[in-house]
Design a protein around this ligand. Structure first.
Ligand SMILES: Nc1nc2c(ncn2[C@@H]2O[C@H](COP(=O)(O)OP(=O)(O)O)[C@@H](O)[C@H]2O)c(=O)[nH]1
Ligand SMILES: [Mg+2]
Length: 320
């Protein structure tokens, strides 16, 4: 399967839900908006996909004002805008989309990326996928097994490291995650490895302690390697929808995020959750996960995402 087929495949549940409604609306915009039922259907479909109220209202406004002759085109454009951070949304409204401007930058600014999020969202798997992605682009990679609370977590990352040929810095089970992060960050700097991905714990039941722990991990990385981590990426499970968004805000307060990775888009009809994630966190989505295999992680591209949602041909090659 090509990356594009994987994306389409992964988004099939959300697509079916949106397309069923948008498809029923006919293609003539004027006609649609004179029939109130149809607008309500569209509104319902967007809300049901977790796009959120504010964004849905803006989308309907944009669609009404659109010069596109066809509803699907107008809706696609409006949705794409909602998937862009504020500044870029304003720029796109003014200048239109340009293929270069829209490309999300996924290269970390520095060398250390902290990966955070609650248990089970896919942090450890995503770190493995990230390792594969960046190694495929010629970067050297290391992992730090910073989830020392879960018995199996260090072992899980160790297995991935072996499979991918990535060195993994481990600590004793139940040990101090900050110590593992410190050792790993020091080792990365000493070896001159391009990228270090730091796995972290994600227990929900002791949220306060978890947030303090994450702050501490961040501080010790900076101590070992001043200026790092330059990136803190939150992994969010798309299946958890609005709950996930509420969690995300808590993490963002404790450890300011530089990016979000949304996993399990293949398991939900609520792929619209990406819209409130971008709008309410104001943080770009870096990657999306559309399956369990190592290459089921793709740099996020708002236009490709929306095209895949509507099953429209994407006449381009895979982004480098
Ligand atoms: N379907 C699907 N499953 C995923 C995806 N990403 C991760 N998973 C699965 O989610 C489960 C939890 O992943 P894990 O990395 O252990 O989560 P962690 O607790 O946050 O480290 C595993 O079974 C993964 O295979 C995805 O994009 N799609
Ligand atoms: Mg894990």
């Amino acid at each position: 399967m090509s990356w594009l087929e994987r994306l389409r495949d992964g988004l099939s549940k959300t697509r079916k839900q949106l397309n069923d409604t948008a498809g029923n609306l006919g293609t003539d915009l004027k006609d649609t908006f004179t029939r109130l039922d149809s607008v309500e259907d569209l509104e319902y479909a967007l809300i049901a996909a977790d796009v959120g109220r504010t964004a849905t209202e803006e989308i309907l406004e944009d669609v009404r004002a659109s010069r596109q002759p066809n509803l699907q085109q107008a809706l696609m454009e409006a949705l794409t805008l909602q998937l862009e951070p504020d500044a870029r949304r304003a720029q796109f409204r003014k200048l239109g989309f340009s293929p270069d401007a829209r490309r999300t930058v996924v290269d970390p600014k520095g060398h250390v990326v902290m990966v955070i999020g609650v248990n089970g969202v896919g942090k450890t798997t995503t770190i493995a996928k990230l390792g594969q992605y960046y190694m495929g682009r010629g970067r050297s990679v290391m992992f730090a097994a910073g989830d020392t609370f879960r018995a199996a977590a260090g072992a899980q990352l160790g297995v991935w490291g072996e499979r991918l040929g990535v060195p993994v810095v481990q600590g004793p089970e139940g040990g101090d995650p900050a110590a593992v992060a410190f050792d790993a960050a020091s080792a990365r700097a000493a070896r001159g490895t391009d990228l270090l991905f730091v796995d972290t714990a994600g227990r929900l039941h002791t949220k306060h302690n978890l947030m303090e722990e994450l702050k501490k991990v961040r501080r010790v990385i900076d101590k070992a390697d001043p200026g790092e981590p330059t990136e803190v990426w939150l992994v969010l499970d798309a299946v958890t929808g609005q709950n996930g968004l509420a969690q995300a805000k808590k993490f963002h307060e404790a450890t300011p995020l530089t990016g979000v990775i949304v996993t399990k888009l293949d398991g939900t009809a609520k792929g619209g959750i990406l819209v409130p994630i971008v709008r309410e966190l104001g943080v770009p989505i870096k990657f999306i996960g559309v399956g369990e295999q190592a290459d089921d992680l793709q740099p996020f591209d708002s236009q490709d995402f929306v095209r895949a949602l509507f099953d429209v041909e994407i006449p381009r090659s895979q982004p480098g």
